[in-house]
Design a protein around this ligand. Structure first.
Ligand SMILES: [Zn+2]
Length: 192
């Protein structure tokens, strides 16, 4: 079932840090914007406060490499049906949809104490700050690499968290397959 996001409050927080273009020689390079929105049920104040938390968590990561991307905050009470509709485990606090070019994050990671936040902290054995950081890095592991595999997303996430350069296995595999195909083509055309 396609995830239906009702953009109740569209807090059009174009990431200021993304628009601070890097000083370069020559014409300025336009950096694609990241959009932040809240799903239905938020007050404007709650929405802006949670966006600020999420933006802070994202600031250390190269999210701009995603190009145009939307980060959607979802209230915990609306989160469960979304997970159910996608057949995801109930302790999943974030998910990404490459077709919508969006990542969805449950509000329980935004620092306000709640039963759901306590449950997630216990389940993942992390405090909420670490869990938010982990969730953001993990989703970037999926999205930056267009990677579906969970372990591979975790691997990229660790590289991101440690601020190490990373390579996407999927892309490497695609490149390797393309190279193999070229080699085969050459050897067959050179043959006989
Ligand atoms: Zn994942």
């Amino acid at each position: 079932m396609k995830l239906k996001v009702l953009f109740g409050i569209v807090a059009q927080a174009i990431l200021a840090l993304q628009s601070q273009t890097v000083a370069m020689a020559g014409p300025q390079v336009e950096v694609p914007a990241q959009r932040f929105v809240c799903n239905t049920g938020y007050t404007a104040k709650e929405c802006l406060a949670q966006i600020a938390v999420l933006r802070k968590a994202l600031a250390k990561y190269p999210a701009a490499q995603l190009g145009t991307w939307t980060w959607v905050l979802v209230r915990s009470e609306d989160w469960k049906p979304i997970l159910g509709s996608r057949g995801l485990r109930p302790d999943t606090p974030a998910l990404s949809d490459p077709h919508q070019r969006a990542t969805f994050i449950e509000e329980a990671l935004m620092g306000q104490p709640s039963v759901r936040a306590s449950h997630l902290m216990e389940r993942w054995d992390m405090n909420v700050d670490r869990l938010l950081d982990f969730a953001v890095a993990h989703e970037l592991g999926h999205t930056l690499c267009n990677e579906k595999d969970e372990r591979e997303a975790d691997r990229v996430a660790r590289m991101l968290q440690e601020r190490k350069p990373f390579a996407c296995i999927t892309r490497l595999n695609v490149a390797a397959r393309a190279a193999d195909a070229t080699r085969e083509e050459r050897s067959s055309s050179a043959c006989c």
